[in-house]
Write a protein that binds this ligand. Structure first.
Ligand SMILES: O=P(O)(O)OC[C@H]1O[C@H](OP(=O)(O)OP(=O)(O)O)[C@H](O)[C@@H]1O
Ligand SMILES: Nc1ncnc2[nH]cnc12
Length: 186
């Protein structure tokens, strides 16, 4: 494992796991904002993304609300690439694109504003589980005619079925939940 991600791995192994309608949901600063996420971990995540993804000539980082925001922000500060947040609220702008998001445990509406046809974008989120969120965000970006350069998540749940997700996703750590705890998969 990338040694700079060791502190993240350690804290993930200590994350409590709660039941959300039969889905084993772990609670961690990266995915929930609680317990607090260390600035050093946020920096290591931004650096890890920069090592894996070529951000040269990318116009915009695109992060879904809510838990893509802190990772998108850290990456934006480290790279000076502007950040757009895909919101769960409509603004009613004429070019707004609305898409339906289905996750492993819930659903919502997402609204994309601020990305234009031809923009080169990188999508950033906290975790890939069913892939429903990534599919929804990428669908909205395709509707506006953006060029999706790469999709990156901090974590990938290998115990969730995201076989049908429409894009390749780069992740920093592969994880699964077993016996009520998060395991790092090497
Ligand atoms: O691969 P999926 O099954 O789509 O799951 C991953 C998504 O689920 C969470 O978002 P959610 O909208 O549930 O919550 P949030 O507002 O806390 O980010 C998480 O932040 C990811 O965006
Ligand atoms: N916070 C979280 N914990 C575990 N699995 C998730 N899938 C989506 N969000 C998650």
């Amino acid at each position: 494992m990338d040694p700079t991600l060791e502190p993240l791995a350690r804290s993930l192994r200590e994350a409590p796991v709660v039941d959300r309608g039969g889905y084993e949901y772990f609670v961690h600063g990266v995915t929930d904002g609680v317990p607090p996420v260390e600035p050093s971990v946020l920096r290591a995540i931004a650096d890890g993304i920069r090592e894996r993804v070529d951000l040269e000539s990318v116009d915009t980082l695109v992060a879904p609300e809510a838990m893509g925001i802190h990772h998108g922000t850290a990456l934006s500060l480290a790279t000076d690439v502007p950040l757009v947040i895909v919101r769960k609220r409509s603004y009613g702008f004429p070019d707004e694109v609305a898409v339906h998001q289905e996750t492993s445990y819930g659903e919502d509406e997402l609204f994309l504003n601020g990305v234009d046809a031809g923009d080169r974008v990188v999508v950033v989120d906290d975790v890939l589980s069913s892939g429903g969120t990534i599919d929804a965000v990428c669908g909205a970006l395709e509707t506006v005619g953006a060029e999706i350069v790469e999709v990156v998540t901090v974590l990938r749940r290998v115990d969730a079925d995201h076989e049908d997700v429409s894009r390749d996703v780069t992740s920093l750590l592969d994880i699964r939940v077993r016996d009520g705890a998060v395991e790092i998969v090497d």
